[in-house]
Design a protein around this ligand. Structure first.
Ligand code: BGC
Length: 349
C-alpha cells in the first residue's frame, strides 16, 4: 500500500514536470522560472582604481536592470583585495562558502590565479576573470573559466593615432620646430597586459603615421594619478619645456601629468600634448576643457554588461550563445577614439 502510493506520487511528479517543460517550451526557461535568487561574488584588485570603480558601478546598475527584467533577485557580494593576492584568495574562499553561483575576479597578480582556479573547480563554481588578463594556459585549465576585457593593442594604436594627428594639426605641438615629437611615457603597472601593449603600440603607430619621435624619459606610475604627478614633476625638472608629448597608459596618469604642469605653473602655450586612455568621467572632463588632446574609450559599460550577462546565464544554467564569446572563453570589447568633437556623446553614456 505504502509502496503503491509512493510510486503514484513519483509518476504524478514526472507528469507535472513533463507538462511544465512543454508549457515552458524549453528546459532552460523552466529552470529560469523556478529560480528566485542568484548570488554573484566579485573581488577587485583595488576599489580606488578610477576605471575599476566606475566599471563596478555600471555592473551594479546593469544587475538592477536585469533583476527587473527577469524577476530574479541578484545578490552581489563585492570585495576589495586592496592589492593583496592572498587577501583575494581568502575572499574567493568566503564567496564559495557563501554559495555564490559564480565568482568574478579582477586578479591582483595576473600570474597567480592557481589557488582561485583550484578552489572554484573543486566546488564546481565558474569563474569570470576580468580586466587583468591571465595567460591562456591558465584559462585553459578548466572549462568553466572565462575572461572579459578589451583588445589591448587597439588602445595603443588609437592613442598613437591621436598623438600623430595632434602633431600634424595642432599649432605649436612641435614646440622647438625640429620636426620631431619629443615624448615621455607614463606607464601602468609593470607586467600588466595593457601597460606593456599600450606603450609599444602607441609609439610604433605614431612612427607609422609618418611622425618622427624621440623618447626623452618614462616613469612607471601604476595607473595612479598621484604617482604620475610625482614622476611628471621629476621629468619636468629634467626636461622642462622640451617635452612635447605625454603618452599616458591611462587617464588617471594623464591627469597626474596635468596636475604637475599646473603645479609647475607652466604657461598654457608651453604645455605638451597630453593623451590618455579610458574615457573615465574625469578623463572626459579633461578632453572637454582642452587639458587633454584626446583619450581612447575603454568600454567599461560594455565590459560590465558582458560580465553581468555571462554571470547571469552561468548562474541559471542558461545559454551562452549570443554573448559574444570567442573560443568559448573570451569576451573582448573594442576601444574607440575620443576627441573634442565627440566627447559630449561619451559624457552622456
Ligand atoms: C585601465 C586602467 C586600470 C587598469 C586596472 C586598465 O585597463 O585602463 O585605468 O587602472 O586597467 O587593471
Amino acid at each position: 500500500m505504502k509502496r503503491g502510493s509512493g510510486s503514484k506520487i513519483i509518476s504524478i511528479g514526472v507528469i507535472l514536470c513533463l507538462v511544465g517543460s512543454i508549457l515552458a517550451g524549453c528546459s532552460g526557461r523552466m529552470r529560469e522560472d523556478e529560480i528566485k535568487t542568484i548570488r554573484i561574488g566579485v573581488t577587485v584588485y583595488d576599489q580606488y582604481d578610477t576605471f575599476i570603480s566606475q566599471l563596478i558601478e555600471d555592473f551594479k546598475s546593469f544587475a538592477g536592470e536585469k533583476e527587473s527584467q527577469t524577476g530574479i533577485a541578484i545578490n552581489i557580494e563585492i570585495y576589495n583585495a586592496a592589492g593583496s593576492q592572498s587577501t583575494q584568495n581568502g575572499q574567493v574562499e568566503a564567496m564559495l562558502d557563501d554559495d555564490c553561483n559564480v565568482i568574478c575576479v579582477n586578479l591582483v597578480d595576473r600570474t597567480e590565479p592557481t589557488t582561485i582556479i583550484d578552489m572554484a573547480e573543486k566546488r564546481n563554481v565558474p569563474v569570470i576573470f576580468f580586466n587583468r588578463e591571465l595567460v591562456e594556459e591558465d584559462l585553459e585549465r578548466w572549462e568553466q573559466l572565462y575572461y572579459v576585457g578589451a583588445k589591448a593593442f587597439e588602445s595603443g594604436i588609437m592613442e598613437g593615432e591621436i598623438a600623430a594627428e595632434a602633431f600634424k594639426d595642432l599649432p605649436g605641438a612641435d614646440k622647438n620646430g625640429d620636426g620631431v615629437f619629443q615624448y615621455v611615457v607614463l606607464e601602468g603597472e609593470a607586467g600588466h597586459q595593457d601597460a606593456i601593449v599600450r606603450t609599444e603600440y602607441s609609439v610604433s603607430t605614431i612612427i607609422e603615421n609618418g611622425v618622427e619621435v624621440e623618447k626623452l624619459s618614462y616613469g612607471i606610475a601604476n595607473w595612479n594619478r598621484a604617482q604620475a604627478q610625482t614622476k611628471m614633476t621629476q621629468m619636468l625638472g629634467e626636461y622642462g619645456s622640451q617635452i612635447e608629448l605625454v603618452l599616458a597608459n591611462n587617464d588617471d596618469m594623464a591627469l597626474g601629468a596635468i596636475d604637475a604642469l599646473k603645479a609647475a605653473e607652466l604657461e598654457r602655450e608651453k604645455w605638451p600634448v597630453v593623451v590618455g586612455i579610458d574615457g573615465t568621467d574625469v578623463g572626459l572632463e579633461a578632453v572637454k576643457n582642452g587639458d587633454m588632446a584626446g583619450t581612447v574609450y575603454n568600454d567599461k559599460e560594455g565590459q560590465a554588461a558582458a560580465i553581468l550577462n555571462l554571470a547571469y546565464e552561468l548562474s541559471i544554467g542558461g545559454s551562452l550563445t549570443g554573448l559574444g564569446l570567442e573560443d568559448g572563453k573570451y569576451i573582448r570589447l573594442p576601444y574607440s577614439k575620443i576627441g573634442p568633437d565627440d566627447v559630449d556623446d561619451y559624457m552622456k553614456k
